[in-house]
Design a binder for this molecule. Structure first.
Ligand code: GLC
Length: 631
């Protein structure tokens, strides 16, 4: 039994001594001296009362040392390179892509063969959706992991993944995989051992003998997958209850047990040494539970992420975390810092882009850019139009109220609009997890189907381009759902597959749309037109330093349908972005533009534009204008 001491000096000295005895090299010891005090403090806050807190901390450090000792040299070189340039991911050249290995291809080798196409697009970041061993049939698209060290044999092997990571790196592309650390599948060996009561594993999950504790917790928790099971718990065959926030086969880990932290740190370090450069931290909001709370985004969730981050700084310093927190915007922001998650999805901008397209009113989006866009240094947003998940309307009720919008009714309207229930809608989406008890629902659909291309709406293609133009110009890393660049539509065949029928998100996870790709240079097709327009924008973005970083000043275009903002680079060169979400042309008058010198350069057309007579923005149109201050 060994408790952590509040003043860590002695504990730290002892751990460093043990690391030296283990043969840790000077480089590692230097990192340990730098980061161990922080890790010790985090451990004391999380596990100060735990009888094995100190032991576990020592073991985590020892794991980190052995991981560093076996870290491939090319990854150590990458570590040095990234440490010398900690803002590398803020470059205007960054572009992300995301795909399922078994849908966009038929395994890791087929993804490898796509590298030339990824280079053509300009990807610098490739997120391969969960590819680990997971249960047969429904595995929540791989989000139920049975082993973090084995690739699903249908997709390839861990050796192939490491080789792919290396090949991608040579092509200038960072490999991103999920770190699904809130839960494992019920088939993971830890889960089997926990159910069997094997010593050391009893406390890996939250298992209760009867309904007393589950009832108590469920008084304050939210239902996440109500179509699968009510509440937060599911019953085991022997009558006991286990915590399962998502599907019944995804069991939440018990991070109050430091052995769980240690075990997951081991899996994380293993993945780091395979050459993964960014870990997408899945479901971060749920990792700590406390009775009487919603069990979401508790302070300990942050301490845990910071502790994982500190472990990496010692043993794989180039690795980054991307937070997946699809929650209230205040909470989303709390996960973002160099010490916690350097990157984060930007679910607010994503949802509000769709909100603006439905309402033809850009005010909520403009307000979000004004007050919720700024980030700490050395962090970045990942801006996306849609992901593999549903769209949830995660804007803040209080922000909406300021604009006179009733949040509850507005979310209802948006759900109806996007699932095709509102009169005059252009969208062809499908409801996801409609909860009759709360009236809550989310929306599934591909970009093209949601934007009107599927319905044959004449403005559909413009909306697809407009939504991407926003994601490409607000800063951070734009992330493409691969296939959307060639206008892939919803795939309704999921309804015929018993493993997918209950989860409408499959509607927007089609197989690689071969026909659309074949048409991508044919401007007589939607695929060709959208591909041509998006790839033009992507190459303009790459050549526009103002689009790097995150600096953004709102610009009031004096029109409720127009989003306006200015981006600037380090040399204070500026690009004015104006985007019209409305169905009618918008006029920006000369007075509104009078702060700028009268001549601007249109980055998309290459023309010089006079601002002295005002500007017309076509319906669903946008401008990227390099402007200069009036001297
Ligand atoms: C994340 C994933 C989602 C999955 C859930 C449970 O939200 O994006 O697809 O269902 O976590 O792992």
């Amino acid at each position: 039994m060994s408790h952590l001491t509040a003043d860590g000096t002695e504990d730290i000295a002892r751990i460093l001594e043990a690391l030296r005895a283990q043969g840790a090299d000077d480089d590692f010891l230097f990192r340990a001296r730098t980061h161990l005090p922080r890790l010790h403090r985090l451990f004391s806050e999380l596990y100060g009362d735990h009888p094995h807190g100190l032991e576990r901390l020592g073991e985590v450090c020892s794991l980190a040392a052995s991981s560093w000792a076996t870290r491939p040299l090319e990854l150590k070189a990458l570590d040095a390179q990234r440490e010398a340039n900690p803002t590398w991911f803020e470059s205007e050249r960054m572009l992300g892509g995301v795909c399922y290995v078994d849908r966009y291809g038929d395994g890791l080798d087929s993804i490898r063969r796509q590298i030339p196409y990824f280079r053509e697009l300009g990807l610098t970041y490739l997120h391969l959706m969960p590819l680990f061993e997971s249960p047969e049939g429904n595995s929540d698209g791989g989000y139920a992991v049975s082993s973090y060290r084995r690739v699903n044999p249908a997709l390839g092997s861990m050796e192939e993944l490491a080789a792919l990571a290396a090949e991608l790196r040579l092509a200038g592309i960072s490999l991103v995989v999920d770190f699904i650390f809130n839960h494992t599948s019920n088939e993971h060996e830890w889960a089997r051992k926990a159910v069997a009561g094997e010593p050391g594993f009893e406390d890996f999950y939250l298992i209760f003998p009867d309904r007393t504790m589950p009832d108590a917790y469920e008084r304050t928790t939210r239902e996440i997958f109500p179509d699968d099971h009510p509440g937060s718990f599911v019953q085991l065959a022997d009558g006991r209850w286990v915590w399962a926030t998502f599907y019944h086969f995804q069991w939440d880990l018990n991070y109050a047990n430091p052995a769980v932290f240690q075990a997951m740190a081991g899996e994380m370090l293993f993945l780091a040494n395979q050459g993964v450069e960014i870990l997408r931290m899945d479901a971060v909001a749920f990792i700590w539970k406390r009775l009487g709370t919603a069990c979401e985004s508790l302070p300990e969730a942050h301490l845990l992420l910071q502790a994982f981050n500190a472990v990496l700084r010692m043993a794989a310093p180039s690795l980054l975390f991307k937070s997946e927190a699809i929650v209230h915007p205040d909470e989303v922001a709390e996960y973002i810092s160099p010490d916690e998650c350097q990157l984060s999805y930007n679910p607010l901008q994503m949802a509000l882009t769709w909100e603006a397209l439905a309402t033809r009113d850009a005010r909520l989006l403009q307000q979000a850019l004004e007050r919720r866009h700024a980030l700490p240094p050395e962090t970045a947003w990942v801006n996306y139009v849609r992901s593999h998940d549903d769209i949830g309307w995660t804007f803040a009720d209080e922000d909406a109220a300021e604009l006179g919008i009733d949040a509850f009714g507005h979310r209802r309207f948006l759900n109806d609009f996007y699932v095709g229930r509102a009169p005059g809608t252009f969208a062809r989406g499908v409801p996801f997890q409609e909860n009759p008890k709360t009236g809550d629902a989310r929306v599934a659909g591909t970009t093209a189907s949601l934007a009107g291309v599927e319905a044959g709406d004449p403005a559909g293609e413009d909306r697809v381009v407009l939504a991407h133009a926003l994601a490409m110009s607000t800063g951070g890393i734009p992330l493409l759902y691969l296939g959307d660049e060639v206008a892939q539509l919803n795939d309704y065949s999921y309804a015929d597959d018993p493993d997918e029928a209950g989860d409408s998100r499959w509607v927007h996870r089609p197989h690689r749309p071969e026909k659309n790709y074949a048409e991508r240079t044919d401007a007589s097709t939607p695929a060709g037109r959208i591909f041509g327009r998006l790839t033009d924008l992507l190459s303009i973005r790459r050549a526009t330093p103002e689009f790097g970083g995150n600096t953004l000043w709102p610009f009031d275009a004096h029109s409720s349908a127009v989003v306006g903002f200015v981006r600037a680079d380090a040399a204070q060169s500026k690009v004015l972005v104006l985007a019209n979400v409305g169905d009618h042309p918008a006029r920006i008058d000369a007075l509104t533009l009078s702060g700028w010198a009268p001549t601007a350069a249109d980055l998309v057309t290459g023309d010089s534009v006079s601002l002295s007579d005002g500007l017309d923005l076509p319906a669903h149109g946008f401008r990227w204008l390099r402007v200069s201050d009036r001297s």
